[in-house]
Design a protein around this ligand. Structure first.
Ligand code: NAD
Length: 269
């Protein structure tokens, strides 16, 4: 692969599994030094396994424990990255969780936990990244932009999702936070965009693909008739992080096998 992200430093949150792990590997293949973030001690081994795979492929990566919903943790993650590598060029705000419940039964804890990680975590990480991008400015030996932020949103920033009100609200919030920041900082040559995955085969949605019946029901929602893989998202992240997308600001890039094409209307209406 062409090293389009050579000499750039990328923080990927929630990178010890699933999409984050895939994105970390793709960015490293493209030449970036990757900070593989994980939230708690129990995820350390998984983060180290992602790093081992990157290093085995000739890439560079280190791990960093940080709960993205905690301000002090996030500030520490950015400070230690800058101390170690000089700066941060790319932030992928990927960490996200689901705590599903019927709305009338949803607890405030379930609401706060999901909003705290998915949306407040985005706010905290993006704020530190923007501060660093503004401090450093453009380094034209690395990129035309002063910095790039990629938010892992979801098709559920536009598709309502019964039984997942907290998750859908967090992703809808990500959409306008991303667009607002993109509008606010484009003149500083900071590019901020989202990727909206459809159904990607990861631990977060295991029940949707781990039996033939569940997978077959899922595929009725996907015109392209396959479940997505983390590398589908990794490829999109490399493009959004590289100068190939230099004129792309504030978009939601749907990588979903057509899930947002209203597949129910294929034979009706
Ligand atoms: P996943 O469960 O494998 O990944 C989520 C990651 O977030 C985990 O590595 C977890 O350790 C980390 N995390 C959780 N709390 C954290 C915290 N407080 N601080 C830091 N990290 C934390 O699932 P995934 O599918 O890879 O999800 C990654 C992102 O993609 C999420 O934002 C999710 O909403 C989004 N997404 C996934 C799909 C899909 O089909 N898999 C679809 C749309 C969007």
């Amino acid at each position: 692969m062409e090293k389009k992200l050579q000499n750039q430093v990328a923080i990927v949150t929630g990178a010890s599994s699933g999409i984050g792990a895939g994105v970390a590997k793709s960015l490293a293949e493209a030449g970036a030094t990757v900070i593989v973030n994980y939230p708690f001690e129990g995820a350390k081994d998984a983060a180290e396994a992602v790093i081992a795979a990157i290093v085995a492929g000739g890439g560079k990566a280190v791990s960093c424990q940080c709960d993205v919903s905690k301000e002090a943790d996030v500030q520490q993650m950015f400070a230690s990255t800058v101390a170690q590598f000089g700066t941060v060029d790319i932030l992928v705000n990927n960490a996200g969780i689901q705590k599903d419940a019927r709305f009338e039964e949803m607890t405030l804890d379930q609401w706060n936990l999901v909003l705290g990680i998915n949306l407040t975590g985005f706010f905290l990480c993006a704020r530190e990244a923007v501060r660093e991008f503004l401090r450093r400015g453009i380094d034209s030996t690395k990129s035309k932009a002063a910095g790039k932020i990629i938010c892992m949103s979801s098709v559920h920033e536009v598709i309502p999702w019964a039984g997942h009100a907290n998750y859908a609200a967090s992703k809808g919030g990500i959409m306008l936070l991303m667009k607002t920041l993109s509008q606010e900082f484009a003149f500083k040559k900071i590019r901020i965009n989202s990727i909206c995955p459809g159904a990607i085969q990861t631990p977060i949605n295991r029940s949707a693909w781990d039996t033939p019946e569940a997978l077959s029901a899922l595929l009725t929602l996907i015109p392209y008739k396959r479940i997505g893989q983390p590398e589908d998202i990794g490829n999109a992240a490399v493009w959004l992080a590289s100068d190939d997308s230099d004129y792309v600001n504030g978009i939601s890039l749907f990588v979903d096998g057509g899930m947002t094409l209203y597949p129910g209307f294929t034979t009706n209406g």
